[in-house]
Design a protein around this ligand. Structure first.
Ligand SMILES: O=C(O)CCC(=O)C(=O)O
Length: 386
């Protein structure tokens, strides 16, 4: 098993590549990847419960702009998720991006290890989020890279193999950025605000995580990514065109497995837009199951606020009947939680507070705001893992 380990590069213990575990573990998932029984996935979930069988699908090419805006807003209020079809990102670019990144994860281990990441920035090839020693691990490897602000983007930190990867990723991220800006305008109008208002309060940042989930001998015991909400603003997710895996917490509280429309983007609201919208739009928990038959690739483009802008409910959405549900906090402050504890830690420490306030807002608008305070002793953030 020694070939499974890299040097650790600032991690609290040696990092094991899930690809290597998958190749060597035989029929049994090692204990570190086994989730406690209440967190284990129900793989029989086929989306057929209670008449709710998929997240909404929105055609972004509809000629009626008001209808598009209403459909996006309704989906983000109720589900926090929708699948965007006819979104304008070229299908050949989607295919090229998938092919390039699969090509990277097929490189020999010594090539992949040249890009091994550290918890200082997370940029590069990684296998864990969070730095707690002995903490639970998810069944997935990833590649994380920065896109915006431009000063953080460095092609040298992106894989140089396959040779097409850098150019394809650059073009892909430009087009997805255009889509994210467009959805921001729809979301802003959906709040009854000027189309540019949400962007003005948000600023702009972006990064991307390409997830690779190797085959798993006991998928009923583990998760590719444990339940979490996205800490940033909005995520545009391109999933595998033939392997399902994403599960979303539905409005009735169950998990549904998303049935992806080929070449659609799965768009979801993150915590920062929940805060800016004063919980009109929901940042909803989701998780990833893995397969014993096939590996799976997904590409998550995270559209985030500018790190140093104070993020709080927009004043236009705060009234006597609906007070501000969240205190002001910059995204740089907020993401310290994830860097320290991983997405699951943040989900426990913070998202439940976010969720509690969202639920409270849904049932009563007269309660006092819940203060979400950072844990003591957080280090200063330098860049983001999400
Ligand atoms: O792989 C997926 O379907 C979702 C990935 C995800 O939730 C994430 O990268 O945060």
């Amino acid at each position: 098993m020694s070939s499974c380990f890299n040097g650790g590069a600032g991690w609290p213990e040696p990092v094991v590549r899930v690809q290597a575990v998958s190749d060597t573990c035989g029929d049994t998932v090692p204990d570190r990847y086994v989730k406690p029984p209440p967190e284990r996935p129900s793989l029989s979930s086929d989306g057929s419960r209670g008449g709710l069988n998929n997240i909404p699908v929105v055609d972004l090419s509809m000629p009626d702009a008001d209808a598009t805006c209403r459909a996006v807003a309704a989906a983000c209020k109720e589900w926090g998720f929708f699948q965007a079809v006819n979104h304008g990102v070229r299908p050949e670019l989607l295919r090229a991006a998938r092919v390039s990144w699969r090509g990277f994860f097929r490189q020999p281990a010594e090539v992949r290890e040249r890009y091994a990441n550290s918890p200082a920035t997370y940029e590069g090839y990684g296998s864990r989020l969070g730095t707690a020693k002995g903490g639970p691990l998810d069944w997935g490897d990833y590649y994380f890279l920065h896109l915006l602000p431009a000063a953080l983007k460095s092609h040298d930190k992106w894989p140089s193999v396959p040779p097409s990867l850098r150019e394809t990723t650059e073009e892909y991220s430009e087009e997805v950025l255009g889509l994210a800006r467009r959805v921001m305008r729809l979301l802003s109008s959906g709040l009854g605000l000027e189309a540019g208002r949400l962007q003005e309060a948000f600023g702009e940042g972006a990064c991307m995580r390409v997830n690779f989930y190797p085959r798993c001998p006991q998928p009923e015991l583990t998760l590719g990514v444990a339940a979490h909400s996205d800490p940033g603003g909005m995520t545009m997710l391109l999933v595998d065109d033939h392997v399902r895996g994403l599960q979303v917490r539905s409005p009735d509280g169950g998990w549904i497995t998303v049935d992806p429309v080929p070449d659609a983007f799965i768009v979801n609201i993150g915590d920062q837009i929940q805060v800016l919208s004063n919980a009109v739009y929901k940042s909803v928990a989701h998780r990833v199951t893995v397969s014993s038959a096939e590996d799976r690739l997904s590409m998550a483009f995270f559209y985030n606020p500018r790190g140093d802008l104070p993020i709080a409910p927009m004043p236009e959405l705060v009234t006597a009947d609906r007070p501000a549900l969240y205190p002001e906090m910059t995204f740089d402050e907020y993401r310290v939680f994830i860097r320290q504890r991983g997405l699951g830690g943040k989900a426990k420490a913070q998202l439940e507070s976010l969720q509690a306030t969202a639920d409270k807002a849904a049932t009563s608008c007269s309660g006092s705001p819940v203060v979400v305070a950072p844990p003591p002793g957080c280090p200063a953030a330098d860049s983001s893992s999400s």
